[in-house]
Design a protein around this ligand. Structure first.
Ligand SMILES: Nc1ncnc2c1ncn2[C@@H]1O[C@H](COP(=O)(O)OP(=O)(O)OP(=O)(O)O)[C@@H](O)[C@H]1O
Length: 774
C-alpha cells in the first residue's frame, strides 16, 4: 500500500532524528578523544626535561600518535558518518578487532518459517573508526572488513544485510537518509518495531549532484564491483579496465586509502599515483584528504615525476610519437657517450689537445690520442659520470707513457713511487684540471638532452634508428631548450622530454663527488681563478647530487591512472619508481592517445615484470546519461571497433545538441552555447577543442566566469563537467593517428549536457550533425 506523503515525511523525520542522536553520541565521544589526545601532548611536554633516552623516545612516539589523532579529528569532514547497515544474526558470535560480528552469512535460524526476522546488529559506517568507552563500535571505518557488507550486499547476495542506509550530513547535522532494502520479502523488526524504509536511490542522488572543479569521494556509494577492486589484495599487480565514467579513477584513489588502512607500516614506503595531466592531479588531489589520508600518497602528473620539474607543454603528435618510442633508448645511449666528443656541454671548449709540464718536461696528447683514451674509457658499461675517474687514470697513463720512464725503472717499488709522484705532479697542475673539466665534464641529463637539438649530432646518434625526417623534428623541438640549458634552467620542457631526462639520469649516473683539493698557498697566488672555477663546477655537481638523493624515487605501491596513455618511455620512467612495489594499473585502451599500443604493452610488461596479475573490469558508466552515452558509442565503434561500451546508469531526457558555425563565427557560437549551458546546469561547463585551438578558445570564454573552462583535447583526460561543448570534432579526430580515441574521450566528459559545434570542415548536415557523428 502506498504511503501518504505526510506519513512518509513523518517516518523520514523520525529516522533522521534517530540518526542525529547517534551522530551526537559519536561527536561526544570524539570530543572525549580529543581531550585525551591534548592531555597526552601536554603531559609529554611537561616531561620534556627529565627522563632516560628510552623514556624520551617513548614520549616522542606518544606525541607523534597524539598529533596524528588530533589532526584527523580536527579535520572538518562534510559527512563524517555516512552509512549504516542493519544485519541479521550471524552464523557464529565471533567479534573482530573493531567490535563487530565477523560472520558474513546469516544464522540458519535468523529467519523464521513465516518470513519474520529481527535485526541482530546495527553498524554505522564512517570515515574513521570510533569505539565507545566500552570498546563497542560507534562507527566502523569504511575500510574495515566489517564495513564491506555495506558496499557488497546486493538483493541477489544480501548476506546478513537487510537494510542499507546512506546518511547525508553536514558537520554535526544529519540532513537526510536514503535506504535500500536488501530482503524486501522478509518482515524485519528492529527493537520490536517494523523496519522502516526511507527514500530511493542514494546512488542516483549522488550522481545527480552538480560537479565542481574538484572530484568528490564516493565513499558513501561505492558499488559492489568497485568495492571488490578497492579491497583486492595488495600483492602483485591489480589491473582494472572499464569504459569512461566507470569509476576507475575514483576506485584507484579509494584503493590507496584502503591499502594504507590495511598495512600502514608497509605503505610508509609511500604510494605514488601517476596521473596523465596536472589538471587531473588538481581535480583529484582533494579526494584522499577527504578520506582522512594525506602525506603518504604522492599524486604526480607524468610530466612531474622527475623532482623539480613540472612539464605541462605538449609536443606536436609527430614529435611525441618519436620521443615516446622505445627507439629513443638507443638514441639516448649513444648520446650519453657521444656527447663528450665535439663541444662538450657546459664547457667552454679548449679540450682539443692536452699540454702539461711534469718532471720538467712538456707532455702533449693530440686529438687522435685523446680520442683513443676516451674510447678506452667509454668501453666500460658503467654510467658515463662514473667513468670519469677511469678516464682520468687513462689520461695519466697516456702522459706517463709519453715520458718514457717506464723502461728505465727496473725496481718495481721505485717505479711505483715515481709514478705516484708523477700523478701527483700532473693532477695538481691547473692546466690538467681545467682540461679534464672541459674534456670530460660532469654531465647532467638536461645538458645532454639539449645537445640533441643539434641536428648533425642527433643524426649520428640516431643512425639506423630514426629517419632523417624524425631526426629533424626531434632536433627542432629541442631547440627551445638550449637557451635554458646553458643558463642551467630547464627551459620549456615538454611532458615527453621528462621521460627522456629520466632515462638519461640513469645512463649518466650521478655527477662525481670529488674531494676538494687542498690548495697550496703558492698555487693560490698563481692559479686562483682557475681553482675557484673548478671547485665551483664540482660543488655545483655535488649540490645536484645531494638534491637528487633527497627525493623519493622508489615507492611501496604505484597506482597508474589512465594507464593506456603512458608512452613506452614513460613506462620505463614509472617502472623505475616501483621496482620493489606492488601495483594498481587502471585504464581504458579505447581512450588511448598513444599511437602504438603494442609497443606500450611491451614496455608495460617490462615495468610490471613477472608479478602476478589480478584483472577486473568495471561495467557501469556513472558519469554520462544514456543520451550522451549513445552518441559516444557511435564514435567508439570507429575508434576501437568491438570494444564493449559500459551501460549508462541514468537518463536525463536531454539529448546532445548540435550546431554549425563558420570558422569566423565559431568563437561567438561557442560563447553563446556556453552561456546557455551555464544557465541550464548548476556546475561546470568544459569546452574541448583540438590542442592547437587552446589559446584561441580561452579568449572565447573571457568574462564568463570560473564555471566555464576551455581545454585542449589531451587535457580533457579523466576530467568531467556538468556540460561539455565539443568544438570541431573532425579537427580533434585528425590530430593524430589516435585522434578518434581522443574524440571519444572528449565526448564522454559530460554528466548532464553535451553540445557539439561543427565547422565546415566537419561537413555538418542540415541539423548541424557532423559527418563523423551521423
Ligand atoms: N559508486 C559511485 N557513486 C557515486 N559516484 C560515482 C561512483 N562511481 C563513480 N562515480 C562518479 O562517476 C564519475 C566518473 O568516475 P571516474 O572519473 O572515476 O571514472 P573513470 O572510469 O576514471 O572515467 P574516465 O575513464 O572517463 O576517466 C565521477 O564523478 C565519480 O565520482
Amino acid at each position: 500500500m502506498a504511503l501518504s506523503n505526510s506519513v512518509r515525511d513523518g517516518v523520514r523525520d523520525r529516522e533522521i532524528a534517530l540518526e542525529q542522536e547517534h551522530l551526537d553520541r559519536v561527536y561526544r565521544r570524539l570530543e572525549e578523544k580529543l581531550d585525551e589526545a591534548e592531555f597526552v601532548l601536554n603531559d609529554a611536554a611537561k616531561r620534556v626535561q627529565v627522563g632516560t633516552p628510552g623514556a624520551l623516545a617513548e614520549r616522542d612516539a606518544q606525541v607523534f600518535r597524539a598529533g596524528i589523532h588530533l589532526n584527523r579529528l580536527n579535520s572538518e569532514f562534510e559527512d563524517f558518518l555516512f552509512g549504516r547497515v542493519d544485519l541479521l544474526a550471524g552464523q557464529d558470535a565471533e567479534r573482530g578487532p573493531d567490535g563487530a560480528l565477523t560472520s558474513t552469512e546469516p544464522a540458519g535460524d535468523a529467519v523464521g518459517p513465516d518470513g519474520r526476522a529481527a535485526v541482530a546488529e546495527t553498524l554505522h559506517i564512517g570515515r574513521l573508526g570510533v569505539l565507545d568507552a566500552d570498546y563497542a563500535p560507534l562507527v566502523i571505518d569504511w575500510r574495515a572488513p566489517a564495513a564491506a557488507p555495506f558496499y557488497r550486499a546486493t538483493p541477489k547476495e544480501p548476506g546478513r544485510v537487510v537494510r542499507r542506509r546512506v546518511i547525508r550530513s553536514r558537520g554535526r547535522r544529519v540532513l537526510g537518509v536514503e535506504d535500500d532494502l536488501l530482503r524486501p520479502e522478509l518482515r524485519v523488526t528492529l527493537d520490536g518495531e517494523e523496519l522502516s524504509v526511507v527514500g530511493d536511490g542514494a546512488l542516483m542522488a549522488a550522481l545527480g549532484r552538480a560537479r565542481g572543479h574538484t572530484m568528490r569521494d564516493i565513499v558513501s556509494s561505492i558499488q559492489a564491483e568497485q568495492d571488490v577492486v578497492i579491497r583486492a589484495p595488495a600483492g602483485g599487480v591489480t589491473e582494472v579496465t572499464g569504459g569512461p565514467g566507470t569509476g576507475k579513477t575514483a576506485v584507484a584513489l579509494h584503493r590507496a586509502a584502503y591499502l594504507l588502512y590495511q598495512d600502514r607500516r608497509r605503505y610508509a614506503g609511500g604510494i605514488l599515483v601517476v596521473s596523465p595531466t596536472p589538471l587531473l592531479v588538481a581535480y583529484t588531489e582533494g579526494v584522499l584528504p577527504s578520506l582522512g589520508e594525506e602525506g603518504q600518497v604522492a599524486i604526480r602528473a607524468v610530466g612531474s615525476l622527475v623532482d623539480g620539474l613540472a612539464a605541462d607543454t605538449y609536443d606536436e603528435p609527430a614529435v611525441a610519437r618519436v620521443k615516446g618510442s622505445l627507439r629513443m633508448v638507443k638514441v639516448l645511449r649513444n648520446a650519453a657517450r657521444g656527447v663528450l666528443e665535439g663541444p662538450a656541454p657546459g664547457a667552454g671548449g679548449g679540450a682539443e689537445a692536452l699540454r702539461v709540464v711534469a718532471f720538467g718536461r712538456t707532455l702533449r696528447l693530440d686529438a687522435a690520442e685523446l680520442a683513443d683514451v676516451r674510447r678506452a674509457a667509454l668501453s666500460g658499461t658503467a654510467p658515463v659520470n662514473l667513468l670519469r675517474p677511469r678516464a682520468r687514470r687513462l689520461l695519466l697513463d697516456a702522459l706517463w707513457a709519453k715520458l718514457g720512464r717506464e723502461r728505465a725503472l727496473t725496481d718495481p717499488e721505485l717505479a711505483r713511487q715515481e709514478r705516484a709522484a708523477f700523478d701527483e705532479d700532473v693532477t695538481t697542475e691547473p692546466e690538467f684540471l681545467d682540461f679534464l673539466a672541459a674534456w670530460w665534464p660532469p654531465l647532467t641529463p638536461l645538458a645532454v638532452l639539449a645537445a640533441l637539438a643539434q641536428e648533425r649530432r642527433l643524426a649520428r646518434w640516431a643512425r639506423r634508428v630514426l629517419s632523417p625526417g624524425e631526426v629533424r623534428l626531434v632536433a627542432r623541438s629541442l631547440r627551445r631548450l638550449t637557451g635554458g640549458a646553458r643558463a642551467g634552467a630547464p627551459g620549456t620542457l615538454s611532458v615527453h622530454d621528462v621521460a627522456l631526462l629520466d632515462e638519461l639520469r640513469v645512463l649518466l649516473g650521478p655527477p662525481p663527488v670529488t674531494t676538494v683539493r687542498r690548495i697550496d698557498p703558492l698555487d693560490q697566488l698563481t692559479g686562483l681563478d682557475e681553482v675557484t672555477t673548478f671547485a665551483d663546477r664540482h660543488l655545483g655537481g655535488r649540490r645536484d647530487y645531494r638534491e637528487r638523493e633527497a627525493e623519493r624515487t622508489e615507492y611501496a605501491h604505484v597506482i597508474v591512472d589512465e594507464a593506456q596513455d603512458l608512452t613506452p618511455m614513460q613506462w620505463r620512467m614509472v617502472g623505475r619508481r616501483g621496482t620493489q612495489a606492488t601495483w594498481t594499473v587502471v585504464g581504458d585502451p579505447a581512450q588511448s592517445s598513444w599511437t602504438d599500443p603494442q609497443e606500450a604493452a611491451r614496455a608495460r610488461d617490462e615495468a610490471l615484470r613477472s608479478r602476478s596479475r589480478r584483472r577486473f573490469t568495471l561495467t557501469t558508466n556513472y558519469r554520462n546519461p544514456a543520451e550522451i552515452a549513445d552518441l559516444a558509442r557511435r564514435v567508439l565503434a570507429l575508434a576501437a571497433p568491438g570494444t564493449p561500451f559500459p551501460a549508462a546508469v541514468r537518463t536525463t531526457g536531454a539529448h546532445p545538441r548540435f550546431a554549425a558555425a563558420t570558422e569566423e563565427s565559431l568563437g561567438g557560437a561557442v560563447r553563446a552555447e556556453v552561456t546557455r549551458l551555464l544557465a541550464e546546469v548548476d556546475g561546470t561547463v568544459g569546452v574541448v577543442v583540438a590542442m592547437d585551438r587552446r589559446e584561441q578558445a580561452a579568449t572565447w570564454l573571457d568574462g564568463l566566469g570560473e564555471r566555464a573552462v576551455a581545454l585542449g583535447s589531451l587535457e580533457a583526460k579523466g576530467l568531467e563537467y556538468d556540460a561539455t561543448v565539443v568544438v570541431a570534432p573532425s579537427g580533434i579526430a585528425a590530430e593524430s593517428a589516435a585522434g578518434m580515441r581522443v574524440l571519444y574521450v572528449a565526448l564522454t566528459r559530460a554528466t548532464q549536457r553535451l553540445s557539439v559545434l561543427s565547422t565546415p570542415a566537419d561537413d555538418p548536415d542540415a541539423d548541424g550533425v557532423p559527418a563523423l557523428l551521423r
